[in-house]
Each structure stands twice: as structure tokens, then as C-alpha cells.
Design a protein around this ligand. Structure first.
Ligand SMILES: O=C(O)CCC(=O)C(=O)O
Length: 304
């Protein structure tokens, strides 16, 4: 086991800020051993694309569940203080749900579009926290940005990526029928090969607000980031990463999603990311808490 202790404790002001704003920057909290492990783990993932690696030929690679392939990222999730940091902010036991890599090579850094994570996954709950870490310095203009307080808006927005139902109306109708019949829309085979464009957009959900063209109309929160910092954000918050600037180094980030006790399985018509592979063996039903699947989602950290 590694040293589970963060460099410092999370303080009450930071917890208050997270609950109020939906996101918080925790300065200088992860030790160098973990930031080095992060960089190694991301490079390994980058060098080993799988069937869910998205945008391999674009200047942005998104990988799903990289900790299930990369030994260093697995170790980071299992042994680093990240689970404890998330649990301390939540004030409750936490379970690891899934993770993603966002790898942007040196040069012109592309943005990550404004979106909300909730609609992508078959889970719902208030106790969902993302922990975002980056192996490289990320000044505010390439770092994460958030619509302050949008975690409390009680709206689920449509994912901004996916297949337009108009391109395959019959396929979209069949998908709706499968959903009404209680099926999980993205099956386990998606772990072999899958991209966001294998899912149909969900026209029943509202479109996201147009933020980038009207930035002054929104209360946008963001920070300069350096390795060792951790940005925590709520699973329901509307967020993006800016881009459009040149960097001499890559901008390699990792985001893990952690669940507290109120998080439940819920099939979504807008599902755009497969369920964690091991969950398919358990045939989950809507309304079951993740705690009902302890083999898949063991408690990663609990308060003393
Ligand atoms: O790192 C990025 O560019 C995007 C991260 C993100 O959108 C997320 O973690 O949900």
C-alpha cells in the first residue's frame, strides 16, 4: 500500500465551497509520488488504445475506464489519497464508479465542450463527485470551467455528442422501444468497441445552454491548475475545458467518478457510456444502490 495520506487535510472552507458552487480547487494536496504515477499511467493508456479510445487521430484522445487497463492508474485509484479526499468532502463512504482519460498533445489545445456528466451514465444521485487531476500544468485557459451552482439546477441536459436520430429514424425508434421494454441500451460488448457516436442523441432532454458564445451571461468558475492540485466537481454540474491556445507540453488529464450512499442505478435513454464491465454480470435494476453490488463497487474509503 502507498501512503494514503494527502499532503494536507481538506478544510471546512473548501467543503463549503464545493457544496455551494459545485466545484472546488484543492491546492497542493497530492504528493509527487502520485503525480508521477498519474503521468506514467496516462502515457501507458495513450500507448495502448483500445476499442473505446475515441478520437485516436484527433488532437484529443478520450479513453473510458483507463484504470481497468493501466496498472499505474489502477494503483492511483486504489492507493492514492483521492478516494479519501472525495469521501472527506462528501462526509460519507465512497465507491469508485468509473474513470476517463482526456489526453491533449502539445500544440494547439482543443477545448472540451460544455456538458453535464449525469446524462451519460446509468446512475443518479446527489452524492456523485468527479476528481479531476492533470499530469501537466493547466493554466485557466486550458483547465476546467464550471457554471457555478449548476449542480443544484435539477435539470438533466442532453449529451452534446451522439448520433442524430434523423440519420437513422428506424434505429432510433427501435432504441426507444428497447428502452421502454426495460433493456440496458449499451451492452457489455461495447467494452470491445464503442464510441459516443454509437449512441442516439436523446431528443426528450433539453439542449445545453449556449455558454461559450454568451460567456458574460454566466457565472463561470475556473482556476490555474498545477500537478498536485485536485479539482473536485459535482456529477450534475455543467462544465467544460477551454482551449484554443498553444502549449509546449501536453495537457493530460484524468477524471474519476466516485459515488456516495445515495447513488442508484438508473437506466437512461441518453446513456452514452457503457456500464462498468463487471456490473453486467449482476443484471441491475433501476433504483438499486451501488452498495447492493459490493463485488463491483467495494467501499474505497469510509470515515472513521
Ligand atoms: O479534461 C477535460 O478536458 C475534460 C474533462 C471533463 O469534461 C470531465 O471530466 O467530465
Amino acid at each position: 500500500m502507498g501512503n494514503l495520506k494527502p499532503l494536507r487535510q481538506v478544510n471546512d472552507e473548501e467543503i463549503t465551497a464545493f457544496n455551494r458552487d459545485g466545484a472546488v480547487l484543492l491546492k497542493n494536496i497530492l504528493g509527487q509520488e502520485w503525480t508521477e504515477m498519474l503521468a506514467e499511467g496516462l502515457e501507458y493508456t495513450h500507448d495502448h488504445p483500445d476499442g473505446m479510445s475515441f478520437g485516436v487521430s484527433l488532437p484529443l484522445r478520450i479513453d473510458q475506464f483507463p484504470a481497468s487497463h493501466s496498472p499505474k492508474l489502477k494503483q492511483l485509484m486504489d492507493e492514492s489519497p483521492i478516494a479519501g479526499i472525495v469521501g472527506t468532502v462528501l462526509g460519507a463512504p465512497v465507491r469508485f464508479y468509473m474513470d476517463q482519460m482526456f489526453y491533449k498533445p502539445a500544440g494547439m489545445i482543443v477545448p472540451s465542450a460544455w456538458h453535464q456528466d449525469t446524462c451519460y451514465y446509468n446512475v443518479e444521485g446527489h452524492q456523485l463527485i468527479r476528481a479531476w487531476v492533470c499530469a501537466d500544468p493547466a493554466p485557466r485557459d486550458v483547465s476546467m470551467e464550471f457554471l457555478r451552482g449548476s449542480h443544484l439546477w435539477n435539470i438533466t441536459y442532453r449529451p452534446p455528442v451522439g448520433m442524430d436520430p434523423a440519420t437513422d429514424p428506424q434505429g432510433a425508434v427501435e432504441l426507444n422501444q428497447r428502452f421502454a421494454a426495460g433493456e440496458v441500451l449499451i451492452g457489455r460488448e461495447a467494452h470491445e468497441t464503442w464510441t459516443y457516436f454509437d449512441s442516439f442523441l436523446d431528443p426528450s432532454l433539453p439542449a445545453l445552454p449556449v455558454v461559450e458564445q454568451c460567456r458574460d451571461s454566466f457565472d463561470i468558475l475556473g482556476w490555474d491548475y498545477v500537478p498536485g492540485d485536485v479539482i473536485l466537481f459535482h456529477g450534475n454540474i455543467v462544465h467544460s475545458a477551454r482551449g484554443g491556445v498553444e502549449l509546449e507540453h501536453p495537457r493530460r488529464s484524468h477524471a474519476s467518478l466516485w459515488a456516495g450512499p445515495d447513488v442508484r442505478y438508473m437506466r437512461r435513454r441518453s446513456q452514452a457510456i457503457p456500464d462498468p464491465l463487471a456490473l453486467y454480470d449482476h443484471n441491475p435494476h433501476d433504483g438499486q444502490t451501488l452498495g447492493e453490488f459490493p463485488e463491483v463497487f467495494p467501499v474505497a474509503w469510509a470515515p472513521n
